[in-house]
Design a protein around this ligand. Structure first.
Ligand SMILES: Nc1nc2c(c(=O)[nH]1)N[C@H]1C(S)=C(S)[C@@H](COP(=O)(O)O)O[C@H]1N2
Ligand SMILES: [Mo]
Length: 411
């Protein structure tokens, strides 16, 4: 029998975890290799980013239409290719606004709560802020996230283009249940209309399931500060795990009823054309999903150690496992979650890999606590067809060429 290969898999991986580090030995007692201290700029009212760091979203119109005049934009996407950790910086939370951002005065803002309830109420923001609050870290995802890849994969897209319509924040506000109790309960209601105060009059019918009653929040803060106007100031609905469109911004009305209200947003807009040509309504949950954020579209890798990093999330609950394939989906290895996975929140994963220099595809696949496994594209398309536009959650493949160019691909 011949001896074992010179570098076993375990040692190779250990080497790859540190081989990217360019460490140099320090002299015994000297700071000679460390830059000198610097005098500081005056303190300020806000902490701005370093001038050496550039981060921004990209405003876009419909899929495939870019660059876009900001006036025509309906989406502005999170730059996942340059973020780390699991929480999205406040100013980089993705934005989707159908009729611009209204400039609402919180002193004048009102929330009407009425319909099939024991009594109707008009609430001020002071009323709402005086109520008991909850805070929850959870993702918000537009149903349009991933729509770039329904039919074809544009090889010039970055992960910001393909997956930038999801973000994770800590949201603070009043439990929906508290407001329902305040109007005396809604025993005969099965649906709730939520309506925004923007020009588009976005309004959605929300089924009053146990889950929604227990988890719904009338949110007035994001990451510890008042909502920003783009995200619904002074008040929005927040429904963890469900399609972003339901989380109505600039919330002005909740109306209870015993059937869906059939607004144009659920008859024309947020319906899904299925493979057989029939439309599906009220597909509300965001499915288990994941994406490798580095290396990703339009990046370049060199042969040798490569740290693979990405994000996973599911509208069904916690992520329990993320696997990564570095051979286009033929074989899989468990990735490491870098923080505790919270229910219905994004969690980061990492895996160390050594790229030998041959063309391949890198892919991630997530599993949630309900044992939903993110499907590969073939299985996903077999189930949904290609007529649809929303709720794309198939595995994302990044192809790596012999030169190390990383490109968006269908598989
Ligand atoms: N009133 C109102 N609510 C709205 C929208 C809107 O245009 N108007 N956009 C919806 C959509 S489609 C999504 S995905 C989320 C986006 O929230 P964000 O901009 O805070 O990320 O808000 C939803 N709520
Ligand atoms: Mo959306």
């Amino acid at each position: 029998m011949s001896s074992a290969p010179p570098l076993g898999r375990r040692r190779l991986l250990a080497a790859s975890a540190t081989a990217g580090l360019t460490t140099s030995p320090a002299g015994a007692d000297t700071l000679a290799n460390v830059p000198a201290r610097e005098p500081g700029a005056p303190l300020s009212a806000r902490s701005e980013r370093s001038r050496f760091v550039e981060l921004g979203r990209v405003p876009e119109a419909a899929p495939g239409i870019r660059p876009v005049d900001p006036v025509d934009a309906i989406n502005s996407k999170t730059p996942f290719d340059r973020l780390v950790g699991s929480i999205t910086p406040t100013d980089l939370h993705y934005e989707r606004s159908h009729a611009g951002v209204p400039d609402l005065d919180p002193a004048k803002h009102r929330l009407l709560v009425h319909g099939l309830a024991a009594r109707s109420l008009v609430l001020t923001m002071d009323d709402i802020r005086a109520m008991p609050s909850v805070s929850r870290v959870a993702f918000l995802e537009c149903t349009g996230n991933g729509w770039e890849n329904w039919k074809a994969a544009d090889p010039t897209l970055t992960v910001q283009n393909t997956h930038g319509l999801v973000s994770t924040h800590e949201w603070t506000g009043v439990p929906l249940r508290f407001v329902i109790d305040l109007v005396g309960g809604v025993p005969s209601a099965t649906w709730m209309l939520a309506e925004g105060a923007d020009g588009a009059a976005v309004a959605r019918s929300i089924p009053l399931t146990e889950e929604i009653m227990a988890e719904g929040i009338l949110a007035y803060a994001q990451n510890g500060e008042p909502l920003r106007p783009a995200h619904g100031f002074p008040l929005r609905l927040f429904l963890p795990g469900l399609e972003g469109n339901l989380s109505i911004k600039w919330l002005r009305r909740l109306k209870f009823g015993d059937q869906p209200f059939m607004t144009r947003w659920e008859t024309a807009r947020y319906t899904q054309l299925q493979a057989d040509g029939r439309a599906r309504q009220f597909q509300l949950r965001q499915e288990v999903n994941s994406v490798i954020t580095a290396p990703s579209g339009m990046m370049r890798v060199r042969p040798g150690p490569v740290r693979i990093s990405g994000l996973a999330w599911s509208g069904h609950g916690r992520i329990v496992q993320v696997e990564v394939s570095t051979d286009g989906g033929a074989s899989w290895q468990a990735a490491r979650l870098t923080a505790p996975a919270l229910p219905k929140a994004q969690v980061r994963f990492e895996m160390d890999w050594v790229w030998a220099g041959a063309p391949t595809g890198i892919v991630s696949r997530a599993t949630d606590e309900m044992r939903n496994v993110q499907p590969d594209r073939a299985a996903f398309i077999a189930r949904t067809g290609t007529n649809a536009l929303f709720h794309y959650s198939a595995q994302q493949t990044w192809r790596i060429s012999a030169e190390g160019d990383v490109r968006n691909a269908l598989s």
